[in-house]
Design a protein around this ligand. Sequence first.
Ligand code: AMP
Length: 280
Amino acid sequence: MKIISNPLELKQYVKNKTRDSLGEQKSIGFVPTMGALHEGHISLIKKAKEQNDIVVVSIFVNPTQFLAGEDLDTYPKKDEADKKICEFSGVDVVFFPRAEDIYSEDEVSLLAPKVRGYVLEGTSRPGHFNGVLTVVMKLLHIVSPTRAYFGKKDAQQLHLIMLMVQQFFMDVEIVPVDTLRESDGLALSSRNVYLSPSQREEALKLSASLHLAHKMLRQNIFDANIITHKMRECLKPLEVEYVVVLNRDFELIEKVEIGNSVILVEAIVGKTRLLDNIWL
Ligand code: AMP
């Protein structure tokens, strides 16, 4: 497994690797992460391995997607363990840049859409998605992957990345990957380490509320108001940022349409912002 921190070196490496000795094109699967890897990340890597000849994983805690006062300085770092996980998972190249390898002074800027980038998570984290889209755009240009893998857990991020790829006519397939959970339902997240045992118990309310929504759908209750109201009751006493029913274009809908809906929830447990959702 190769570890590269210089973007131009990685670009060259990938260029050399994607053509074999007979000149045949090889596919590249790319998994961007912020490190502190867990089973959720590993499921993305596994899918990338299944579908591609070469797998590149990036580990980069992207400063531009953190707002002032957020957890940039305390974000969990497990560099050595992450490298081992990548090695065991059969990753070909780990891209481990420093902030100065990616950013310079007086940058060209990329802005998230004014509406879809500033609702839901974008309401409490205005500008967050500017940073996300900027780094993903840069990483996709460095790696030039055939396919890039993103978790459905970060549904708004996934939606905006797909929108960017479409609107900028980019040549990459974005592959959404299902959310991996602990056996009790908690969605895996690098930020779960911030939770105390009692907060972890409270955090289970997010997946429980989605479970409840699923149960209501099985009872033929499709009304978004009724479902979100019941979910909010289930989430008490957590500080709920939003509970919404959207279609796959990320527009609010009044009735769940099976095959075209996502129910999203965001709540704060202690000081930790937790996201979860189900795709229906
Ligand atoms: P992060 O390191 O948190 O930026 O996540 C890197 C990628 O892993 C993103 O595409 C996330 O959506 C995805 N991811 C995070 N948690 C999970 C999970 N529990 N299941 C599947 N994918 C996940």
